[in-house]
Ligand binder design. Structure first.
Ligand SMILES: [Zn+2]
Ligand SMILES: [Zn+2]
Length: 410
């Protein structure tokens, strides 16, 4: 664990300020949860058989001999808090941002400390592919804001509870046949968690994995169309990505879409950030069945890939907008405009819950936004969008490209 002196602490503070500023533009608000949680929470969410739970946690016994652990990651605690306080009963879609130290008993190496710091976000309540894309868009926007270039985004889908068991069995049978060629670690994973063999770095294992069945070829219809929509939206937003068929992430709670960011100076396969969808975790921890997605980024690793460069501090957003899609056809163009507005520095959100026009306007009012942008049938046909100034009530129809200019003029 490292002592962080003022020189370095200033850099951490700038990265954290940038996280809050970018998060605010995307509608994410900070949550702070305890550094300590019941060990059982991590075992149930991250997975009993993962390296993190089996080897890397700092655990100790608390009152009543209950086993407690320093948090090795942020998602489990956030979901625990969300459930314990039944937040889902009051708000159908919640966007959280967290910052703080995490703890893992790893072999120390460059950018990896046993106490390290993460910035993470979680969007709880929607299964729409646009939410996966929103988290990726936020992450890449953040990387650009802090001056990291040369990053690469790898994405994959690991399937859901319906399609994964069949795939897992097929993979296990394949690996079983080539058991002798696998490293010792992978031989034991074969029984408990064959998917993890896919991301083993051992050269012998890599050779076996090359020809192994891939999750992407075994997706059910829902997972396949979800993944397709995510890729289509990323393409429309001009966020570059590559398909990484072997990407599985080291945590069991991921379902469907997963992704990682690789930095230029960390070496291939070494991720700075990672995330994905975890649609079953909330239910597994005793909550309702709902969609969830998020990512986390390690600040030490990020600093390493910034190589001591000066980090620009973004200013928090001063103008807020709400985008209304009156019909499904308006959803995708709105999602694209939303990303542009956020990247221009506005605080902007839209509906991901298929709500009616009235309900969306109510949400905009509740959020006290400065402007509402409405796209309905008429607007779609005329190739314009309606801009409503919420202070004056004034409405104007204008081409999408002129929205930013019009707002700045007023
Ligand atoms: Zn599936
Ligand atoms: Zn191996």
């Amino acid at each position: 664990m490292a002592d962080i002196f003022p020189d370095q602490a200033r850099k951490f503070a700038t990265l954290e300020a940038a996280a809050r500023a970018v998060g605010e533009r995307y509608g994410y608000e900070e949550i702070r949860t305890p550094l300590v949680e019941p060990t059982e929470l991590f075992a149930r969410s991250i997975g009993e058989t993962t390296d993190i739970v089996q080897k890397e946690m700092f655990s100790f016994s608390g009152p009543g001999d209950k086993s407690l652990s320093l948090r090795p990651e942020g998602t489990a605690g956030v979901v625990r808090a969300y459930l314990e306080h039944a937040v889902y009963a009051q708000q159908p879609l919640v966007r959280y941002l967290y910052l703080g130290p995490m703890f893992r008993r790893e072999r120390p190496q460059a950018g990896r400390r046993r106490q390290f710091h993460q910035f993470g976000i979680e969007a709880l309540g929607s299964r729409r592919p646009a939410i996966d894309v929103e988290t990726i868009d936020l992450l890449t926007c953040y990387l650009e804001e802090v001056g990291m270039d040369g990053w690469e985004l790898g994405i994959n889908s690991v399937g859901c509870n319906r399609c994964r068991p069949g795939f897992r069995e097929e993979l296990r049978l394949y690996l079983e046949k080539r058991r002798e060629e696998l490293c010792e670690n992978c031989r034991s994973r074969l029984e408990t968690n064959p998917l993890r063999v896919l991301d083993c770095k051992n050269p012998g294992c890599r050779k076996v994995i090359e020809k192994a069945p891939k999750p992407i070829d075994h997706l059910c219809d829902d997972c396949a169309s979800h993944f397709e929509e995510v890729r289509a939206l990323l393409t429309e937003l001009a966020v570059p990505f590559t398909l990484q068929p072997l990407l599985v992430r080291g945590l069991d709670y991921y379902t469907s879409v997963v992704y990682e960011i690789y930095g230029p100076s960390l070496g291939a396969q070494d991720a700075v950030a990672g995330g994905g969808r975890y649609d079953t975790l909330v239910e597994e921890l005793g909550g309702p069945s709902l969609g969830a997605a998020g990512f986390s980024i390690g600040l030490e690793r990020l600093l390493l890939s910034l190589k001591g460069r000066e980090i620009p501090a973004p200013s928090p957003p001063s103008i807020s907008l709400y985008l209304v899609a009156v019909m499904e056809e308006a959803f995708r163009p709105n999602a694209v405009l939303l990303s542009r507005l956020r990247r221009r520095g506005f605080k902007a959100v839209m509906d991901y819950l298929n709500r009616s026009l009235k309900a969306q306007m109510r949400e905009a009012n509740k959020r006290r936004v400065d402007y509402v942008l409405i796209r309905g049938k008429d607007e779609m046909e005329k190739g314009v969008i309606k801009l409503k100034d919420m202070k004056t009530g004034e409405e104007s129809l204008l081409p999408e490209g002129e929205v930013v200019e019009k707002i700045f003029m007023e």
